[in-house]
Every structure is written in C-alpha cells, then in structure tokens.
Design a protein around this ligand. Structure first.
Ligand code: AGP
Length: 590
C-alpha cells in the first residue's frame, strides 16, 4: 500500500526521486520521504504530499537515493512514522512496502540487544537488523536480515558508505528500470516512464544490488538473469492529458481502450491462448474484491447465459474465511492491479485445492499474473485514479470475451456485431456528459442516495453506489430493485433520491412498478433510460438518456453513466477526486 523508488546514476537524485514518487502517490499519499547518499545521509520526510515535501528540500549534490510514499498500516501518518527509516547510527536507511508480520518479536529482541526504536512502524526493524548484521558489505547484511523477516516486503536499502542500492521483494511488487548508465527501482511502471521504458519485473524472492555500473539480481543466493521488457505506455499516457483529474481522463479513454481490447481479443492469437481454459468443465469459481467484484457479478451473469456453465462468485475477502475450501476445477481471479492481498490469498487457496487458475488483470508482471496458470490481460493502460473506471470496463470486455470465445457454437454474428460496436456506444454516453452533469449537480445537495437495478444492471447499481461514496463521500447504497420494499423503503423521503437503471430488458416492467412505488414515498427519481423509451418519461424527475443497446451489453454504457454521475457530483462538492480520503489504489494488505 506504499510506493517505493530508488535511483542511482548521474542525475540529481532528489529531482528524479521526487518526480517518480509523485507518480506513485496513487499507492499511498499520507506521508512521504527521501534518503540521499552522502556523508552523512540526507533524510527528508514528513506527513505531507510529495509536492509539499519538494518545497522544503534544499538542493543536495547526490546522484543516488531512495524514496517512499506511504499509506499507513502501522502507526498513524506522521513525520516519525514516514519512511525512510534509519538504524541507530543514522547511516542506513530503508524504504518498504508490505507488512512485516513478526516485527513485534524482532523489535523486542533488537531492543534487548540495545537498539533504540523511534517509530511505530514494522519497517524500522529492517534498518536495525541490517545494522546488526553489517560487517562491511551492505548486500550481505541485507540478505542476513531477510532470513529473519516474515511477511511481505519490497525494500530498498541505502548506506552512507556503500555505493549500492540493495533491493529485495517478497509478495510485494517491484521493478527495475534501465537507463544509460543509470538505474531505477520502483513499485510500478508509471514511476519510471519519464526516464525509461526499459523495465525488468522482479520475481518473488529476488534480491540484488544496483550501482551506476550495473544490476546484479540473485534468487535464493544464486545470480539470475531476468528478461528486459519494453513498456509501450508513454509518460504522457500516465499523465492527466489535459483533463482536470485522472478519473475524468480515464473515463474518456474507455472507447479507445475497448477498441484496442476488442480487436486484440478478436485476433486469433489472443483467443488461442485461452481456448483450452474451460475444456469440458461446467463449473467455475470467480473471486474478486470491490469494483472487480462487481465486474465479476456481471461476468457470472454473462457466462451463465452464454455458456452452459454454472458460476460461483465469492468476494475474495470472504472466501479466505470459509471453513472449507470448495473444489472447483476452474477459478478466475479478477484484479485490476494483480496485487490485491485478499484476491491473491484466495487464488492461492483455490490453487492449493487443485483448481486451475486464471487471472484477469491489467498489470503485466503482477503477482496475480505470475502465480496463475492462465492470464487474460485487460488492456486499460495505467489507471492512476483511486476510483476504478476504465479498468472495470476493460474487465467487462475480458469477461464477455471469455464467455463468447469459449462457446462451443460459433458466436452469433449479432453478438459479435454489438461487441465490436461497444466503443461507439460508450462514446455516445460520453457525449452526453453535460446532461449527466445537470443531474450530478442536483445529487450533490443530498447526503443519502439509493441506487436500484435489476438483473444484469443490479451489479451496475452496486458499482454506482461504490463510485459515488468513495469520491463524493455521500452515503449511497444499492439494492436489487425488488428488494427495496423489503426494508429500505423505511428510509425513503424527499431527502433520499433514488437512481434507477431502467433498460428495456426483461426487467423493464418490474422496474417501472418499483419506480411508481418509490415516487409515492416522495423520493426524487433519477432514471437512466434508453433514449427511445417513452414509457418512463412522466415517471422520473430527471432523465438520463442512453443509446439503445442489446440487453446483455447494457452494463458497458450504464456503468459509464454511473462513473460520470459520481465524478461530477464529487466535483460539485469540491472533493479530492483522484485521491479520496482513507483509500489507496492497490490494497496490498489484508
Ligand atoms: C474501486 O474504485 C476501488 N479502487 C476498489 O474497490 C478496487 O476495485 C478493489 O480494491 C480491487 O482492486 P483490484 O481490482 O486491483 O484487485
């Protein structure tokens, strides 16, 4: 849940590290800090955003350093708990992402041996362990420390008298970037793109050193080589591209993402990679969290409709606590980041129960992708905004394609035609932005909002409520429309607007009945309707028209309405849209 960076080369390290850290703030932004090599080390850290920290630093002549942006897990956000963490002498500094599960025991032992701790973090045990084992060679000292650490970590260690940056990863992401006589370390690709697109994805258990002269990677003590990859995202793609927020930019990228994704999936190469996944199996388990779980709900609906296959869907965080692991021959884990701790744990559990696992993920080289038997990549590009938007749409694309491509019958042309035309349908919704903004401006004045949908649009209602609450801080709840009279009705009044998704599918008449009942209780109704549907015109207070679409594909467009509604409502309320309070992009701890 934190971002780490390292640099060694010929540039001013503090400039590089601050630039790279700013691009990792989506991983955590409650505090940040730097350690720059020199004698002594220069340490700058505080419970502020990277831009504020940058203003406080006086230039230091150093071409090597490490940095961190934090999302608190052990101890509240404050200067003392911010990374880097130092040993007793102040000559060794560590940045860490992950959780050291045996830190209390280690801290006690080290304290008894005379080490003095100043922070509440788990990380501080690492710098003291390195100090304890240091006998002249920093790499050897770090390796000795790793032997006693339990839990997850991506760490970088620097010392005032050693030319190396020493790194290691276990169950937390870490990549190396390669430049001309310079090397970078980071939690994720967007951090490096301004300087290089040559990247090495480290394997779990890898460790090593970088110096301006080169990289050494080891695994279980033995030197290993890891393949270099070229990243095709440009630095510009990872920036806001002229939009006020990453979220709006990412919402607007959806037509082009769908276009690329669909054309890739329709190419024979991609389908042959996954063609053997289902085989003769007729049941599959799906696991995911948050927005990815909502995508999976839609995926279940589509899979059961298009294939003769039953789907059991579980929230990964709940699956991990089932008293008995159910056996399914196939498991699909849906995770944008590929690093969500609950989903990874659930996938491990399914694998241990001898299930064949597929990851649907957006991040090449992520832990989910590397620990699964099959991978179906979504091609959403880097998603910086904490609120997932384009990654959700890309997940839908993948789940629909998986269902379509596994059918033993040839895909009906009418389905393929609609699938190919999804990008232009989504674009039509984006072109309605101003109409959606009008409804959002009204919604911004309420403190409680209900969302309702039925059938395939019930998960879209759930996603709409999640989006609205996470970025606008309005209390919002979603119900399957038929359930709202079984309790939630008690809360209806003119202070509780209801957002209803009313597509012309088999739920249409039932939705109209529910809307009449809601209006009789005085709640303002905002209805998302097909633009040719006149049946609802007099029943809703606010209409948001969307293009007509084949029933099964409607979530692609109704969910975009949800995203824009949430975005403009949050904007009207002046919320920090890309970095909502208390949330982080990638939830890498349980
Ligand atoms: C939604 O906007 C959130 N970012 C969150 O619910 C997210 O979908 C969840 O944490 C799962 O993340 P993943 O797809 O990376 O596994």
């Amino acid at each position: 849940m934190c971002g780490i960076v390292g640099y060694t080369g010929w540039r001013e390290a503090q400039v590089v590290l601050l630039n790279n850290l700013a691009r990792l703030e989506y991983r955590g932004y409650d505090s940040c800090g730097l350690a720059l090599r020199g004698s002594p080390l220069t340490i700058v850290k505080d419970a502020v955003r990277v831009a504020e920290l940058a203003k406080t630093i006086t230039p230091v002549k150093s071409t090597s350093g490490i940095g961190h942006t934090r999302w608190a897990t052990h101890g509240p956000p404050c200067k003392i708990n911010a990374h880097p963490h130092l040993d007793c002498t102040g000559s060794i500094a560590v940045v860490h992402n992950g959780v050291i599960t045996n830190y209390e025991k280690l801290r006690k032992q080290l304290t008894e041996e005379g080490h003095k701790f100043i922070s509440e973090t788990d990380t501080e045990v690492i710098s003291h362990l390195v100090e304890k084992y240091l006998k002249g060679n920093l790499e050897e000292a770090v390796n000795s420390a790793l032997k006693v650490l339990e839990g997850s970590y991506a760490i970088i260690v620097i010392a005032d008298n050693d030319p190396a940056l020493v790194f290691a990863r276990k169950d937390s992401p870490m990549i190396l970037g390669i430049g001309e006589k310079e090397y970078f370390i980071a939690s994720d690709v967007p951090a490096l793109l301004e300087y290089t697109n040559r990247v090495i994805y480290l394997e779990d258990g890898d460790a090593g050193v970088v110096t301006p002269q080169g990289i050494k990677i080891t695994h279980a003590g033995q030197p290993v080589t890891r393949e270099e990859n070229k990243i095709h995202w440009t630095a510009d793609q990872a920036q806001k591209g002229g939009y006020e927020h990453y979220m709006l930019k990412e919402i607007h990228e959806q037509p082009s993402i769908l276009r690329e994704t669909i054309s890739e999936y329709l190419s024979s190469q991609s389908s042959s990679d996954i063609s053997s996944f289902y085989g003769n199996n007729k049941s599959v388990l799906m696991l995911a969290c948050g927005t990815s779980y909502h995508a999976a709900m839609i995926g279940k609906y589509v899979t059961e409709k298009l294939l003769n296959t039953s789907v059991r869907l579980e929230m990964a965080s709940e699956f991990n606590y089932l008293s008995r692991t159910p056996y399914f021959p196939l498991t699909i884990g849906i995770t944008q980041s590929g690093e969500t701790a609950d989903t990874l744990k659930a996938l491990r559990r399914a694998k241990e129960a001898h299930s064949m696992v597929m990851a649907i993920t957006n991040v090449v080289g992520s832990t989910a992708s590397r620990s699964s038997n099959y991978v179906l990549y979504t091609r959403a590009g880097p998603e910086i905004s904490v609120a997932a938007t384009k990654s959700f749409t890309a997940q839908l694309g993948a789940l629909y394609w998986l269902a379509l491509s596994q059918s033993s019958l040839s895909i009906p042309e009418i389905l393929l035609h609609e699938f190919r035309h999804l990008p232009s349908k989504v674009q039509e919704v984006l072109d309605m932005e101003e109409v959606i903004k009008l409804s959002a401006n009204k919604l911004a004045g309420y403190e409680n909002v209900f969302f309702i949908g039925r059938g395939i649009n019930y998960p879209v209602a759930l996603e709409g409520a999640l989006k609205l609450k996470e970025i606008s801080y309005i209390h919002s709840e979603a119900y399957a429309a038929g359930e709202i009279k079984h309790g939630p009705f008690a809360l209806l009044s003119n202070k509780t607007p209801v957002i209803a998704i009313v597509m012309r599918d088999n739920c249409h008449d039932a939705m109209l009945t529910t809307i009449k009942e809601i209006r009789a209780r005085g709640s303002p109704v905002f209805a998302i309707v097909e633009d040719t549907d006149t049946a609802i015109v007099d029943m809703a207070d606010y209409l948001i028209p969307v293009p007509s679409i084949m029933d099964i594909f409607s979530p692609f467009i109704t969910s975009v309405v949800m995203q824009l509604l949430a975005y403009f409502t949050a904007k009207k309320r002046g919320c920090p849209i890309d970095f909502p309070r208390n949330l982080a992009k990638s939830v890498t701890v349980e």
